[in-house]
Design a protein around this ligand. Sequence first.
Ligand code: SF4
Length: 96
Amino acid sequence: MAEDKKKVKALDGAVMTTEGLSFKGFILSPIVENCTGCDRVAAFEEQSYCPAYAEPAKKWARGICNFATHVKATVDKEGKTKVNPLKASKRAAKGR
Ligand code: SF4
């Protein structure tokens, strides 16, 4: 099962432009501190980028990145684990 999840390591086809790193039609922004440790991080010309999300800073601005491989869920102020509401709904439907 784990082998099914192919990790995108390389930024194949990425081109550095005056606007930034162009990859699959998107301009990628460098990763942020929260991305450190994520398996999706890929290096390109001494900078690190995320092939899964163009603007890592925006992805983390509203909480945990749902594409992150190094963090799964957070614990909120009351000590409860926060999960994605859609995933929680699916889990509830399956009876887990
Ligand atoms: S998947 Fe999320 S945590 Fe991982 S590098 Fe991309 S933006 Fe950062």
